[in-house]
Design a protein around this ligand. Structure first.
Ligand code: HEM
Ligand code: HEM
Length: 128
């Protein structure tokens, strides 16, 4: 999860650089966009990995899901990251709403990542 939050931070920085080079009419290094893409795919992969570990681990241990709010929050995170990646693929000059959607979804995503970490952590505490 630390890795996910770090990746999110790098995405925020590289995304900020993308915005800076777009708005200021400054030269954009050619690696910047692919780097942001690569980091984005890494975050999608990490979240899906945590989802599968959570589901498989919980099913293996209890044979059922839904022990706490960690489940709905986890599913929300997965939905948000997929929606964010989709909105990113829609970004273009003809679709100004896609850029706005990308930024809004990423804001909610940060909040949800914090909540999923907190709820996951409180489940861990119960077993210590
Ligand atoms: C889910 C994975 C992600 C993918 C696939 C992705 C992809 C993209 C793409 C394709 C663009 C457009 C680049 C361009 O205009 O040339 C973009 C822009 C941007 N992204 Fe992401 N991104 C992801 C996650 C994030 C996250 C988590 C953040 C912030 C925390 C973020 C912040 C930004 C920002 C600030 C921009 C620039 C918007 C602008 O130009 O006004 N992205 N992203
Ligand atoms: C994107 C991040 C995450 C996703 C999508 C996710 C998803 C899930 C899901 C769907 C479950 C099954 C829950 C249930 O049926 O009650 C689960 C279980 C669990 N997760 Fe996560 N999780 C994430 C992050 C974390 C983190 C950061 C922690 C710990 C700090 C954590 C700790 C746990 C634990 C301990 C369980 C077992 C639940 C139980 O025994 O009731 N998870 N996770």
């Amino acid at each position: 999860m630390g890795l996910s939050l770090t990746t999110y931070g790098l995405l925020a920085v590289s995304g900020g650089a993308l915005r800076y080079t777009r708005l200021g009419d400054r030269p954009r290094p050619s690696w910047l966009r692919p780097a942001h893409y690569l980091l984005g795919s890494a975050l999608v992969g990490l979240v899906l990995l945590l989802l599968s570990i959570g589901i498989v681990g919980t099913l293996g241990e209890y044979g059922r899901l839904g022990h706490s709010v960690h489940l709905p929050v986890g599913l929300t995170v997965v939905a948000l990251i997929l929606a964010s990646a989709w909105s990113a693929s829609r970004i273009s000059p003809e679709r100004p709403w896609a850029r706005k959607a990308h930024l809004t979804l990423n804001g909610i995503l940060l909040f949800s990542l914090v909540v999923v970490t907190a709820t996951g952590w409180s489940v861990v505490q119960k077993y210590l």
